[in-house]
Design a protein around this ligand. Structure first.
Ligand code: 5AD
Ligand code: SF4
Length: 438
């Protein structure tokens, strides 16, 4: 690799946790080549934007941001991620300042492409999928926050009918257990206390005879990490083994993100989700019976093609029954190339908006109930940063259930684990009274 001089590089990330993780990895890769990551685009030689395509709105925002960043005329602009993968060279026309387009499997090509763009004004596009080596070659990161992500799989082949991800991120590939363990060890050494194992569907992880449950067990047994989380699991695939490990191992946090997407069987079928509302709710009951203190969060789409008021009411009923701690809610957005994009997008925009609004108020009501029931309880929290409240005299932390807690800073530090009594709840955040340090 030919590095002519040290460049200043500014990175920005849109979308999911996988993108956040990749953006970090790209930063570390470029630092490894002698470049310097900076916190503002103003004086940067190179600006990297990692993008999301899951909904049209996400792409519009990214395009808007790229046009905005184009004001930095001197900088080489690089687009990565799902929108780069989807649009390829078309991005040069949409945003003329863009010099490099690197899709989801091409980040290892960035150092050279960026040098060529800076030195010779050369444009390049990389959108080949399936470069499996990339998932093993993300460089180690140094000193960072106490809570870090580690990707264990990439890609998805579930082909939920609304979802563009399988087309943009390719088939499921699992990283090797060895490289995952090395990365977790490295993160622990550099100050991480908590790791979240990432994948579009982590339950699909497999390396030889080792599946997700065994991998989680190994990370708990063989690394010094104090807390383990995971994102995301497909409700069809998650089984009792994961919940049993959670029940047996305090460090395996009692939280699962289990996207339900819809509450009507007809819509679930049309979404190609591979489960019914009954089997979903049975998984929720299984989770709660094995891990009584578990928190469950979810994703929900409203306004999928042909969704009727009756279908939508089934979603509302399911939300009431399942008792989610939180839900991310979305209006259906047709993505070209997906199976659902061939169906008429026949729920009027106004109806989608009303349904989203109605759904959000039930989600918030349940969230308030679920959290309210915890006031007075004791919880162990990991302090992961300063809180803006009270001019930074508070630290923020999370319970194993991923609930937000603030505690007075006093002599505590980021990375400490403390036992608190959850005293008050405001804006879905607890105020905690520290009763013991761990
Ligand atoms: N329209 C709306 N929401 C979508 N999601 C995925 N694809 C679409 C789409 N076409 C949502 C799903 C998924 C989350 C990451 O984004 O709820 O779980
Ligand atoms: Fe998309 Fe379904 Fe795969 Fe999730 S599981 S990334 S919603 S295709």
């Amino acid at each position: 690799m030919r590095i002519v001089r040290t460049l200043t590089v500014y990175c920005e990330s849109f979308g999911c946790q996988m993108n956040a993780y990749d953006t970090d990895g790209i930063g570390a890769l470029l630092e490894g080549c002698g470049h310097r990551i900076v916190g503002s685009p103003d004086a940067a030689d190179c600006i990297i934007v990692n993008t999301c395509s899951v909904r049209e709105h996400a792409e519009q925002r990214a395009i808007g941001r790229l046009l905005d960043l184009s004001r930095h005329r001197e900088a080489v602009i690089v687009v990565c991620g799902c929108m780069a993968q989807r649009m390829g060279a078309r991005l040069f026309d949409l945003v003329p300042a863009v010099k490099v387009v690197a899709g989801t499997d091409s980040y290892f090509l960035l150092p050279e492409a960026i040098s060529n763009a800076v030195d010779n004004g050369e444009r390049s596009v990389f959108i080949e999928l399936g470069g499996s080596s990339v998932i093993e070659t993300m460089p180690e990161k140094h000193e960072g926050p106490v809570s870090r992500y580690v990707a264990i799989t990439r890609g998805c082949e579930n082909y939920c009918s609304y979802c563009i991800v399988p087309y943009l991120r390719g088939k499921v590939r699992s990283r090797s257990v060895r490289s995952i363990m090395e990365e977790v060890d490295g993160l622990a050494e550099s100050g991480a206390r908590e790791v979240t194992l990432l994948g579009q569907n982590v339950i699909a992880f497999r390396d030889g005879s080792i599946g997700f449950g065994e991998l989680a067990r190994k990370v708990l047994d063989e690394t010094p990490i104090r807390r383990l989380r995971f994102l995301t699991s497909h409700p069809r695939d998650v089984g009792a083994d994961v919940f049993e490990l959670m029940a047996a191992e305090k460090r395996f946090c009692s939280h699962i993100h289990l996207p339900v997407q819809a509450g009507s069987n007809r819509i679930l079928e049309a979404m190609n989700r591979g489960y019914s509302r009954e089997t979903y709710l049975a998984k929720v009951r299984m989770a709660r019976s094995i891990v009584p203190d578990i928190a469950i969060t979810t994703d929900i789409i409203v306004g999928f093609p042909s969704e009727t008021d009756a279908d939508f009411r089934e979603t509302i009923d399911l939300v009431r029954e399942a008792g989610f701690d939180a839900a991310f809610t979305f209006q259906y957005s047709p993505r070209s190339g997906t199976a659902a994009s061939l169906l008429a997008d026949d729920v009027p925009a106004e109806t989608k908006k009303e349904r989203l609004h109605a759904l959000n108020s039930v989600v918030m009501e349940k969230r308030a109930n679920m959290l309210g029931a915890q006031v007075g309880a004791t919880a162990e929290i990991l302090l992961d940063g300063a809180a803006q409240k009270g001019e930074y005299r508070f630290l923020k932390g999370r319970t194993p259930q991923f609930r937000n807690v603030l505690v007075p800073r006093e002599n505590l530090r980021e990375g400490d684990m403390v036992l608190v009594v959850l005293r008050r709840l405001a804006n879905f955040t607890f105020e905690g009274e520290v009763v013991a340090e761990r």
